[in-house]
Each structure stands twice: as C-alpha cells, then as structure tokens.
Design a protein around this ligand. Structure first.
Ligand code: DQA
Length: 141
C-alpha cells in the first residue's frame, strides 16, 4: 500500500490554542482526522509526525525516502525561513514534497516572506488554513 507522510515542525503541536486569530481553533488532530478520511477514499495510508526539533524533521524526511512514499506534506513552521539543512534534506530525497502553510505568510512579517525550502519542493500551498493539508494531499493524485 502506498503512503503519504505528513511532517509538521515547531509549535504546530499547539494548533487550536496558539495565536487563534492567525491559525484558527482547529487542532493538529482535526487535520489528521480529515486526511485519514481522504486516505480511506484513495486506499492509501498516511503517517503523521510533529517535532519541535530540526534534526527530527530531517530524520523523518530521510526515513520517508522509500519507494512506497507517494508524497510528503511538509509544514516546516519557522524553519521554513532559514533551515538550509531541511532544504538539503528535501533536495536529497526522491518523493515529491509539498510545502504547506496555514497562514498567508506573505500578508505577515517580512521575515516570513521567504521560504528557503520552497525552491526544492514540488509546490507550495498557503493561506487556506488547515484545508491546505487536504489540498496538498489531493495534489498527489
Ligand atoms: C507557518 C508559518 C510560519 O511562518 C510560522 O513560523 C509557523 C506556521 C504556517 O503554517 O502558517 O510556525 O508555517
């Protein structure tokens, strides 16, 4: 069975409580439930990981570099804006990676306007709230 891997970076474990005016009141668990339903309709599996540590995200990208991985949905959180190490890990692996942001980073502080990771991704989806994860999922079909 093919799988899709969903990786969430720092502070995303706090979704639902964190800056609700920016990120909304839905939690990471709500996003997972929604993707599980979609996965069921496509007969594939989904693996979810969240970490506040850069190295963990890199390790999971490496672990996902397998034939059975159809694609990776990655929200690197603030690492988006400066982690060359995550960028290099994305560039090093085979499965396509779609970068997701819940908020419209271009409507926020200027340090959020640049992603050092997006250039090595298949695409980027941002500003649609948690629905962005569903849209990223659909992009693999
Ligand atoms: C974010 C945007 C980042 O700038 C921020 O650091 C996050 C969340 C988003 O999903 O909108 O932690 O990746």
């Amino acid at each position: 069975m093919k799988r899709i891997v969903v990786l969430n970076g720092p502070n995303l474990n706090l979704l639902g409580n964190r800056e609700v005016s920016v990120y909304g009141t839905d939690s990471l668990k709500d996003m997972e439930n929604s993707l599980q339903k979609l996965a069921h309709t496509k007969n594939i599996s989904v693996d979810f990981f969240q970490s506040n540590h850069e190295g963990d995200i890199i390790d999971w990208l490496h672990e996902s570099n397998k034939e059975d991985t159809l694609g990776i949905i990655l929200n690197p959180g603030a690492f988006t804006h400066y982690s060359y190490a995550i960028r290099d890990a994305v560039a090093a692996i085979q499965p396509p990676v779609v970068e997701v942001h819940i908020s419209n980073v271009h409507a926020r502080e200027s340090f959020r306007h640049q992603s050092v990771i997006a250039p090595v991704c298949k695409g980027q989806i941002l500003g649609f709230g948690l629905k962005g994860y569903d849209l990223a999922f659909q992009s693999f079909f």
